[in-house]
Design a protein around this ligand. Structure first.
Ligand code: AMP
Ligand code: MG
Length: 415
């Protein structure tokens, strides 16, 4: 008899067994979404040199200390700073140098008078008010001093982090690289897309959904193709997989007489077959094969999706140095959902914002394997065992999309 585990127990078991990925140096451009494996310090101050925060004239504040509208101070314009170039000679007493925003401050000057406050005339500039030192000047090291941490270990690199690393001069960074997840589908009934199905056959669809889920989890999918319901063929395929870090297989884990995953690993102690108190998604397989974590998900599309979100995504995240918790959204139910006696149920819902609240709209209970219904849903609402829920109930939802419902064009009931 297969062990019967709760969702949390099964996930814990998986998380305890998966290894952390080996860090690697990736070009900055490939590192988006990866977790930084070692803090990066700024090799130089940021910014590295003092620059002007305005288009104006770099001057000595002492020179204009007594300037007024009635008695302006006239300075001689001795030059111009160009973007991307070091300034020429220093600003001498009684002189001014034109400087653009971001241009390096010339030596001697300690303040920048904005163009708007000046009257320029034949090589001179008239200034009508004093200005404190440092005004309109961005000092060197204002953002960060040399040697300070620019981006900390454990940070998942987002757009601003990549910008900061690039600003610090980095071209490669040490990260936990995106995992390559090798995907197999099993089933004699499966026909590749684009081909005609005969009676009894269906188009293979899980690999596309799983490839999307893998990408959404921040990993890279590698599709290894369809395997017939034959234990030998399955073992052969799974033992010589395309290059990758994780093996993910859909279908064939039930107790059916032709279920190839089940039959291939019968008697092996490397892959366990487990029943999880979840609906859909009860039969599961997990272990190590060919030195890699192996996940066998039930083939029913909705079951595959639920299993991925509850078990595979947390494992991939853990391996890539990310938090492994399932990121449930809190929502208020609109509709009624019937509980199962002994299993957590997951039901497709549409999400809408209602002020600060997230409303999950269910539309009756249907059979769980309806893909078209999933394609209209935003999330999977969790119905705890034995606790049927009605409108107004607080529920947890696993999001299956990345777009915020606020920005969604398809709001409306799930039908
Ligand atoms: P299984 O887990 O192999 O018993 O499959 C359960 C159900 O999911 C069956 O109706 C299969 O036809 C269907 N199924 C299995 N694998 C796939 C797949 N890759 N694409 C679409 N449907 C699938
Ligand atoms: Mg099958």
């Amino acid at each position: 008899m297969r062990p019967l585990l709760s969702v949390d127990e099964y996930r814990e078991r998986i998380l305890a067994a998966v290894p952390l990925t080996k860090p690697a140096d990736l070009p900055l451009d490939d590192a988006y979404g990866c977790v930084l494996a070692a803090s990066v310090a700024a090799p130089a101050a940021l910014p590295a040199f003092p620059s002007s925060a305005m288009d104006g004239f770099a001057v000595r504040s002492a020179d204009i200390a007594v300037a007024t509208k009635r008695l302006p101070i006239r300075l001689r314009v001795t030059g111009e700073v160009l973007m991307g170039a070091a300034p020429g000679s220093p600003v001498e007493q009684g002189c001014a140098v034109a400087v653009p925003t971001g241009g390096m401050m010339p030596a001697g000057a300690d303040t920048v008078v904005a163009f708007e406050g000046c009257r320029v005339e034949e090589g001179t500039v008239e200034i009508t008010a004093p200005q404190r030192p440092g005004r309109n000047v961005r000092p060197a090291g204002e953002d960060l001093l040399a040697g300070e941490v620019l981006v900390r270990e454990g940070r998942r690199l987002g757009p601003a982090d990549l910008g900061a690393l690039a600003a610090g001069g980095a071209s490669a960074v040490r990260v936990f690289p995106r995992l390559r997840v090798v995907i197999f589908s099993t089933g004699n009934e499966l026909v590749e897309g684009g081909r005609q199905t005969r009676p009894g056959q269906i188009h293979e669809s899980n690999s596309f959904m799983l490839r999307g889920l893998v990408r959404r989890a921040g990993a890279d999918p590698v599709y290894a193709g369809r395997i017939p319901d034959d234990a030998e063929a399955f073992l052969q395929a799974i033992s010589a997989p395309p290059e990758g870090d994780v093996l993910l297989c859909s279908g064939g884990v039930s107790a059916g007489k032709d279920d190839p995953v089940r039959r291939a690993f019968a008697g092996s102690d490397e892959v366990d077959f487990i029943q999880v108190r979840v609906q859909p998604g009860r039969p599961q397989a997990f272990g190590r094969w060919a030195g890699k974590p192996f996940f066998g998900l039930p083939g029913n599309p909705m079951a595959s999706l639920v299993s991925f979100e509850l078990f595979v995504r947390p494992a991939l995240h853990r391996m890539m140095g990310l938090p492994a918790e399932v990121a449930y959204l809190q929502a208020t139910l609109d509709g009624a959902l019937e509980a199962a006696a002994e299993a957590v149920r997951f039901v497709p819902v549409r999400l809408n914002r209602d002020g600060a609240r997230l409303v999950a709209r269910a539309n009756g209970d249907r059979r769980s394997n309806q893909l078209a219904r999933l394609a209209r849903a935003d999330g999977l609402a969790e119905v705890p065992p034995g606790r049927s829920l009605g409108t107004g109930a607080g529920i947890r939802v696993v999001s299956i999309r990345d777009d915020d419902p606020l920005h969604s064009r398809h709001s409306g009931p799930l039908v």
